[in-house]
Design a binder for this molecule. Structure first.
Ligand code: FAD
Length: 446
């Protein structure tokens, strides 16, 4: 059998191009309003998708509250820290609104043809003919800005750290650093936090010197780097260090690293994959989540990493579990493996994945109703079953929509349910408008 391995040059794509500016009013300077129809906590791709869909449904009195203050800011900070230049997801996966005549990601890329490299143009042709293709982060960022402009998201996004979400019968109060906002409905789009190392990997609190996580820059003066983890972030860290001429050790717990398009089977991005979660009992869903989501690396890395290993620039420690990270000699750090072997480096980077923000810490525990770490959500609306005015979009919805809920495409599916439910419930309390007409007029004005 011939296996097609896409070449590593597809991973490279220019960053920071000058895209035609979007005519936006800019971010708001005043503190968040005290009352809106819908408050969205988190302005990542999920929050952007929800705000945009609500806009099309005529729900315009919306506030997005985000620690970072920029739509999709944390997402682009993370990929830029890793120097990730292309997305893992294809052109069809984008936070635009389905069912409206908005410009989709592929249309947007084609409209900016003159700004693209020959490789990027070829990838667009691949996407148009239904083949797997890679999307430049640069194109995706410009597109997200376009979607945010089109739906007036930037001017409704406040930099705010939300500390508490307090549901009551008549509405929900969102409390944060010096503000309180009341809304009939709140959507939590909190994303995922980086997964920390187990508490017993080192003594004391906090990350020790010489150790960092995937979402922090690696010191440029480290000559010998140890990377722990088996996913795409780990692969970027390994490739970056190799590119800088460093000696790299890669510790992978599984028997071997996995090369795959996505961490989950592509069917979970389609209706038939999501259907496997419909009406399935909890244990079966847990098994599906556990068995079908495993860390993997994009195919394009394979030739690059195999060559480095053959040349002795990269050592892969396969099938080795880490038990500790200990101080080494002369300021070095040692990753201690199960059998006691120590892998020593000037610097250790941990890429242990992410953990889902299910609403705990913001909502009362009885509202979250967490079971095995997942919130208790209504299957039809994605509202918290114990508090129907609060909804969740993003990774928190995985036990309803399957593992793709944490990805950009899953946000669109979740958004359709949540935005539709909110708009229907608000009907009568906001001015009903002919949605299609209005949306088209607003878009024409932009
Ligand atoms: C490096 C990397 C690459 C990825 N690549 C892809 C890809 O190619 N394709 C794909 O589909 N998925 C990809 N993913 C998965 C990706 O995380 C999601 O698709 C996307 O970022 C999730 O969007 P989100 O809005 O749910 O979360 P986020 O992008 O994390 O946004 C959540 C926002 O909520 C804010 N927030 C959280 N709590 C609070 C609070 N209490 N108060 C105020 N603000 C708060 C956060 O600061 C953040 O800004 C990638 C993930 C990573 C880490």
């Amino acid at each position: 059998m011939i296996t097609f391995v896409p070449p590593p040059h597809l991973l490279d794509s220019p960053r920071g191009r000058h895209w035609p500016p979007s005519p936006t009013a800019g971010p708001p300077s005043a503190p968040p309003p005290t009352g809106v129809d819908v408050a969205i906590v988190g302005a990542g791709p999920a929050g952007l998708a929800v705000a945009s869909a609500l806009w099309h449904l005529g729900v315009r009195d919306v506030a997005l509250l985000d620690r970072d203050g920029r739509p999709c800011g944390r997402f682009f900070d993370r990929v830029d820290t890793l120097r990730q230049r292309v997305l893992r997801s294809p052109y069809e996966h984008h936070p635009g609104v389905e069912g409206y005549r908005d410009c989709e990601l592929l249309d947007f890329a084609r409209l900016h043809w003159s700004l693209l490299t020959p490789v990027e143009r070829r990838e667009i042709r691949m996407a148009q003919s239904g083949h797997r293709s890679v999307v430049p982060v640069d194109v995706f960022e410009a597109y997200c800005r376009h979607v945010a402009t089109l739906h007036h998201v930037e001017e409704r996004t406040w930099k705010a750290d939300v500390g508490e979400v307090r549901p009551a019968d008549d509405g929900v109060t969102v409390l944060g650093d010096g503000f309180a906002l009341h809304a009939p409905y709140v959507v939590l789009c909190l994303g995922e936090e980086r997964r920390e190392a187990p508490a017993d990997w080192w003594d004391g609190a906090g990350t020790p010197p010489g150790v960092s996580h995937w979402d922090r820059p690696v010191p440029s003066d480290a000559r010998r780097v140890v990377v722990v983890g088996a996913g795409l972030s780990a692969a970027h860290l390994v490739a970056n260090a190799l590119g800088e001429g460093k000696e790299v050790h890669w510790v992978v717990r599984a028997a071997e690293e996995r090369y795959q398009c996505a961490d989950v089977n592509a069917s979970f991005f389609r209706a038939e994959g999501r259907a496997r979660f419909d009406g399935t009992d909890w244990q079966d869903r847990l098994a599906l989540m556990g068995g079908h989501r495993r860390a993997s690396v994009m195919f394009e890395f394979r030739p690059l990493l195999e060559r480095a290993e053959a040349e002795g620039r990269l050592t892969v420690h396969r099938g080795r579990a880490v038990t500790a990270v200990a101080p080494g000699r002369a300021g070095s750090r040692a990753v201690v493996l199960e059998d006691g072997e120590r892998v020593v480096g000037d610097h250790v980077v941990l890429a242990l994945g992410t953990s889902v923000s299910n609403g705990e810490g913001l909502l009362p525990a009885e509202v979250v109703g967490a079971r095995d770490g997942w919130p208790d959500l209504d299957e039809r609306t994605l509202a918290y079953r114990n508090s129907p005015r609060v909804f969740a979009v993003g990774a928190a919805a995985c036990m309803v929509l399957g593992p793709a809920a944490r990805n950009i495409d899953g946000h669109r599916v979740a958004t359709a349910r949540v935005a539709g439910a909110i708009a229907a419930r608000l009907e009568g309390t906001f001015e009903a408008r002919p949605v299609g007409d209005l949306a088209d007029r607003e878009i024409a004005r932009v």
